[in-house]
Write a protein that binds this ligand. Structure first.
Ligand SMILES: NC(=O)c1ccc[n+]([C@@H]2O[C@H](COP(=O)([O-])OP(=O)(O)OC[C@H]3O[C@@H](n4cnc5c(N)ncnc54)[C@H](OP(=O)(O)O)[C@@H]3O)[C@@H](O)[C@H]2O)c1
Length: 331
């Protein structure tokens, strides 16, 4: 099988590439930059921007399957930039799949596409998309997911996976942020409710992509569906944060602020960053304040039932790997 992984040099994409390569598939990656780790593996690299239709067309040509993993992530940025990467980019991938007769498309979505700021406990795939979003990332990921699912046809099988808070060695988003803020003593627990939150070790999330791909057949079974993917072990959010800090020998976060105060700080930061066009991301937004003070965990029963997904690496084992990565720099 010849697979294209968009964002194959990224955190999740890199593990998907490694797993495909290990089982003997031919792999091609598409992203803007050059990724030396891919070169070491002998992975073909196509460089371009998702928003560039002809670059995406070229990358898709000659493949049997596409894993569309690349996206613009983050809590801050213009709607135009998020739209271009996440929505126009996905439109380009879909068009390229149709043009080049690709039979299968696995799209990496996000559980944030159903997050409306309220608690979700044991939610399943029947949860609706909310009428409005507090950030451009979930809004554009939801638009892209809906396009991917609607594109399922007898010729093109599509599936969307929603991995929840991916973490592990090589993480360039969540873990480094927790470590940097924890080290600087800048983390505060928000609220005192022990809100359960899902997360997923990166290898489990990557394996789910391969398992879904293997069971993906046009017009039957899982095509046209979205699935939540997690470790199936929801934990109180601050317990998980403190366990990640402990893996780096950083003391736990104990100081607290109220959810109302966090939301008010988020609102002020958004105003200041928007008005003064300050660089980088604000330290708090309303979206983040709500995510950090609410429960959000989902059943993974549908993924288990439909393509046999089973998280192989437990949180304890994953934290050991993380600790080793902190100590040696090797994943
Ligand atoms: N990390 C999480 O907790 C999490 C949770 C839920 C869902 N997800 C989803 O999982 C996917 C992968 O996330 P990740 O954490 O692995 O992110 P990541 O490490 O930032 O990887 C994303 C990759 O996409 C490429 N990329 C970004 N914008 C691009 C563009 N405009 N054109 C071409 N390539 C582009 C980047 O490479 P270049 O910079 O070289 O272009 C990067 O290697 C995303 O779809 C994200 O929405 C992540």
């Amino acid at each position: 099988m010849k697979a294209l992984v968009t964002g194959g040099g990224g955190f999740l994409g890199g593990v998907i590439v490694r797993m495909l390569h290990e089982r003997g598939d031919q792999v091609r990656s598409f992203s803007r930059g050059e990724h030396p780790a891919l070169e070491t593996l002998g992975v073909e690299q196509f460089r371009g921007d998702l928003g560039d239709r002809s670059a995406v067309m070229e990358a898709v040509k000659g493949c049997d399957i596409v894993f569309h993993v690349a996206a613009k992530a983050g809590i801050w940025g213009s709607y135009g930039d998020f739209y271009q990467a996440n929505v126009t980019g996905t439109e380009n991938v879909l068009e390229a799949c149709r043009t080049h007769g690709i039979a299968k498309l696995v799209y990496t979505s996000s559980p944030s596409v159903v997050f409306d700021g309220n608690d979700v406990e044991g939610g399943d795939e029947s949860l609706p998309y909310p009428p409005r979003y507090e950030a451009n990332y979930p809004k554009t990921k939801a638009l892209a997911e809906q396009m991917v699912l609607a594109a399922a046809s007898p010729l093109l099988a599509t599936v969307a996976l929603r991995p929840h808070l991916i973490w592990g060695p090589g993480d360039n988003h969540l873990v480094p942020r927790i470590i940097a803020k924890g080290r600087a003593g800048k983390l505060r627990q928000i609220g005192s409710r022990p809100c359960l939150v899902d997360s997923v070790y990166v290898d489990n999330a990557a394996r789910a992509h391969l398992m879904a791909a293997d069971r993906l057949i046009p017009d039957t079974g899982i095509s046209g569906n979205a699935y939540f993917i997690s470790n199936g072990q929801p934990l109180p959010l601050w317990e998980m944060v403190n366990r990640i800090l402990a893996a780096a020998d950083i003391p736990p976060v104990t100081a607290r602020i109220s959810p109302k105060l966090a939301s008010a700080i988020g609102c002020i930061c958004e105003g200041v960053w928007g008005l003064l066009r300050l660089p980088g991301e604000p330290p708090m937004t309303r979206f983040v304040a709500h995510e950090l003070s609410s429960a959000h965990w989902f059943t993974i029963e549908a993924a288990r039932r439909d393509f046999g997904y089973q998280p192989e690496i437990s949180i304890d084992e994953g934290l050991e790997h993380l600790r080793n990565w902190f100590l040696t720099g090797k994943s």
